[in-house]
Unconditional design. Structure first.
Lengths: 344, 525
């Protein structure tokens, strides 16, 4: 039992389970899953489907944070990749053609990769602080997206594109496959090669890593590039969900959710050791929380406050220091009680 | 002068009663005793200099006195009262002020605001800036500083900023002033000005604790010296009666260990007619190191001797490409080599273990095993991961060969003692099969057992053909292990000595010689 409690994913998972239980008690239909036309429906399925963009962004964010950095530009990059993809589809003669859609998606993701590489260049080569370096694109990115869409919200009709976010395969939403695939591929690359441990080394002690011969510049650069690439894919999913490229609304504030998911998953903002599994749990926690708000009928006006309160509670529960303090207090209370019993 | 001259007990001149008495101070950090049972006495109206090499415990002692560190045992008495400091504020309340090497003032505020910060003159609850600046000017003039108190602090030189910091200390009526390496970034005339102020304060009865690495300044300003070594007290001496060479040997110390077998290492013949493994010509960098020549032959241990700040670390950092040299050329086995980054050096099978184990050596939150294989891994690149089985074999081999304790590859390396961390670092580099390994202070701050293990291993590897550059503050250690010693002083190479010809005393004399007429008694290069 003790070893389970000490596992670093214990508290993140416990928080997620508590959230699900609270929801289920409030409305038992929360965990119901129905089958219609061979496709699964239900609040939990929605959470899995809707969490896909955040999952992609948070995976990239995990790697960036592991190098002691941060990527604020992910939301703006989502807007750019969606704008690129939709503009291509809109401008093509065959918006329903599979080829057109594939080209559009690849182009959108590639542009996002270029933006990620730019971030990485600013941080690892030029040496600008990550928060400032990525702030550049956070602000400029939406301008670029507006430029691409010509200042309008681009809307399209394209069945293959709609499939990205809204389609089903073997009963599950296609977006879920995308996010599972991303988790698996990133985990394999990080843990089956040495990239993961080298990233951690750079995050824990950059100078010692440099002297040990680790190419820290390349590793930091790669983290931002991957973050950009995944944000681009997230932008495709997001725009596919609404079938529109909205330069101002796409991925708005997603960087904050992603950072929160990483932290909830137990990866320190100080860099170093990271946990992709923890990030996955963190993403589900945030997505569950968001659907809780709609599910419980929390008025929109107070929903940010509600979200904030729950997040504070979750973070406090996970805080090692707070647990130490509460242990100490309960210990001293126990001692005092024991002493007073002896005295009487 | 033989180095083992014991300093005769000298009658201390009668002085004022002590302002600060520290008795039996012990401070432990995980795995290392930073201070062990150290006594220190500071009297009113004296300049008392704390001496010792890096890791001797000087800064730990200062931090105990100024309330930065809590002491594990011992007592601190200030002004006749036993005190327990739980923070710097407590120490300041007891009249102890500190001026650090890096001036910790608010450079964006005016001089007057800095001097009076927290002690502004108030009229009816509001700050009276006019009176505050007048008061600040008065304190500055007391120290002979006449500057506009409304000018911004950053517009003045570091020297003036330091005087401002001292004035600030005087505002709080400090009886004890701690000056932690205040002169390290000052030029000669600024040092003179600072010393004038220090003498003035001393004459007014302030007790001054001074730390510096510059021997000349020690003799210029000090009334008394306390020497620390490896966290223990060596002794307290009046500055006037202590010869320079004696002071150096007191600081460096001598450990009579059981390593007789190693003495053979120094006399092992080296074939210097063959091509050197590594040779550098005119290697230097402006402001860091005057151009110097270095060569290392197969199986040779080259020691580098010199005090802290002599340029010994700078020299090896340039050899490894940890810093980029701006003059000179390097040849590896006769071929011209470009070494401007650590990667270049590693590609030429050169390894380097930094003197700063914590900041530049270990990767604290990784395990022992990960710390050992990261050298091989970095060399291979990220795509070819060192497999589990291979990692286990390599790690087990080096843990056994170097005697890492505890022998648990999955323990986080930051939880190991300093000596075992050093062994892990040695393992990291040996696993990459280098032809030249540069060890900067590999034995500093570690216990005697681990020290002996590392010395033995270095001698053994060299006898098998590995070339080694070995830096140590302990000259005996250098002379015992190295066949040849490069002597550094004031950021330049002042000579090369063959180690079996000389004693520690000769080496100390050579370092202490007037550097302008320093000659190389025997140049082997």
């Amino acid at each position: 039992m003790k070893t389970i409690v000490q596992h670093r994913l214990f508290w993140p998972i416990a928080a997620l389970i508590v959230l699900i239980i609270v929801n289920t008690i409030a409305r038992p239909s929360f965990i119901s899953i129905t089958v219609q036309n061979g496709q699964l429906y239900g609040p939990l399925i929605d959470i899995l489907r809707n969490s896909a963009p955040l999952m992609l962004v948070a995976l990239g964010m995990t790697l960036v944070i592991a190098t002691r950095g941060i990527d604020l530009s992910v939301g703006a990059i989502m807007a750019v990749s969606g704008a690129v993809a939709l503009t291509i589809i809109q401008g093509s003669s065959d918006p329903n053609g599979l080829g057109t859609v594939l080209i559009a998606i690849v182009a959108g993701v590639l542009v996002a990769l270029v933006l990620g590489v730019w971030n990485g260049f600013l941080v690892s080569v030029v040496g600008i602080q990550p928060i400032i370096a990525t702030l550049v694109l956070m602000l400029a990115g939406r301008g670029i997206a507006l430029l691409i869409t010509g200042g309008f919200i681009t809307t399209i009709n394209s069945e293959p594109y709609r499939f990205m976010a809204q389609g089903y395969v073997f009963g599950f939403p296609f977006a879920l496959y995308v996010s599972v695939a991303a988790v698996v591929v990133v985990s394999l690359i990080e843990r089956r090669t040495a990239l993961g441990v080298l990233t951690e080394a750079v995050g824990i002690n950059p100078e010692a890593s440099r002297l040990a011969g680790v190419r820290s510049r390349g590793i930091i650069w790669a983290a931002y590039a991957v973050s950009g690439l995944l944000a681009g894919l997230a932008g495709i999913l997001y725009s596919s969900n609404i079938m529109a490229a909205d330069a101002n609304a796409a991925g708005l504030y997603i960087e904050l959710d992603a950072i929160l998911a990483v932290v909830l998953g137990g990866t320190s903002l100080m860099g170093g050791k990271f946990s992709l599994a923890g990030t996955v749990v963190g993403v589900f926690t945030i997505q569950t929380l968001k659907s809780t708000i709609t599910f419980l009928g929390v008025p929109p006006a107070v929903s940010p406050l509600f979200l904030a309160i729950v997040v504070v509670i979750v973070v406090l529960v996970q805080s090692q220091r707070l647990r130490d303090v509460s242990n100490r207090i309960s210990q001293s209370l126990r001692n005092r009680r024991a002493n007073s019993e002896v005295a009487s | 002068m033989p180095a083992d001259t014991e300093v005769p007990p000298v009658e201390m001149p009668p002085v004022e009663k002590p302002v600060v008495e520290m008795r039996g101070i012990t401070i432990e950090f995980p795995g290392v005793k930073a201070l062990a049972n150290v006594d220190f006495t500071l009297r009113a109206g004296e300049v008392h200099t704390l001496m010792g090499e890096n890791g001797a415990g000087k800064s730990t002692l200062i931090k105990a006195l100024t309330g930065v560190y809590a002491i594990d045992s011992g007592t601190i008495t200030v002004g006749g009262q036993v005190r327990e400091f739980s923070g710097t504020a407590d120490a300041q309340a007891a009249g102890i002020s500190t001026v650090y090497q890096e001036v910790n003032l608010c450079t964006n505020l005016s001089v007057g605001e800095n001097v009076m910060l927290g002690h502004e003159v108030r009229t009816a609850g509001r700050i009276n800036w006019k009176a505050t600046h007048r008061e600040a000017a008065r304190h500055l003039e007391n120290l002979g500083v006449f500057i506009d108190t409304r000018s911004q602090l950053s517009s003045h030189s570091i020297a003036v900023q330091q005087l401002v910091a001292i004035s600030r200390a005087m505002v709080t009526d400090s009886t004890v002033l701690v000056l932690d390496e205040p002169t390290s970034s000052l030029d000669r005339s600024e040092v003179e000005q600072l010393f004038g102020v220090i003498r003035d304060l001393r004459d007014r009865g302030v007790a001054i604790l001074f730390v510096t690495h510059f021997l000349d300044q020690v003799y210029e300003i000090s009334d008394r010296l306390t020497v620390l070594r490896n966290g223990t007290l060596v002794g307290e001496y009046p500055a006037a009666g202590l010869a320079r060479g004696t002071l150096i040997s007191l600081m460096i110390g001598r450990e009579l260990d059981e390593l007789d077998a190693l003495s053979r290492s120094a006399v092992r013949p080296i074939d210097r007619d063959a091509q050197p493994v590594f040779s550098a010509t005119d290697l230097g960098r402006k402001g860091m190191l005057e151009p110097a020549d270095v060569s290392v032959y197969d199986g040779e241990v080259v020691g580098i001797a010199g005090l802290l700040g002599s340029g010994r670390t700078e020299l090896v950092r340039l050899m490894y490409g940890a810093d980029r040299p701006d003059t000179g050329s390097i040849e590896v086995r006769g071929d011209a080599a470009k070494i401007t980054t650590p990667r270049h050096a590693i590609d030429h099978r050169i390894a380097f273990s930094s003197e700063d184990r914590r900041a530049e050596g270990i990767i604290g939150d990784l395990t022992v095993a990960e710390n050992i294989v990261i050298g091989i891994q970095a060399k291979r690149g990220w795509l070819r991961k060192v497999g589990k089985a291979e990692q286990a074999t390599v790690v087990a081999e080096y843990i056994a060969a170097l005697g890492v304790r505890p022998a648990d590859p999955n323990r986080l390396v930051r939880n190991l003692s300093g000596g075992n961390q050093q062994k892990v670092l040695l393992a990291r580099w040996l696993a990459t099969a280098p032809q030249l390994i540069i060890l900067d202070e590999p034995t500093r701050g570690i216990d005697v057992g681990a020290k002996a293990d590392i010395q033995r291993k270095v001698a053994e590897l060299a006898s098998q053909g590995l070339s080694v550059v070995f830096i140590s503050s302990e000259l005996e250690e250098v002379l015992r292990i190295a066949q040849r010693v490069i002597v550094m002083r004031d950021r330049r190479k002042i000579g090369e000595l063959v180690s079996h010809d000389i004693e520690v005393g000769d080496l100390i004399d050579f370092i202490a010689q007037d550097h302008d007429k320093a000659e190389t008694p025997e140049n082997v290069a």
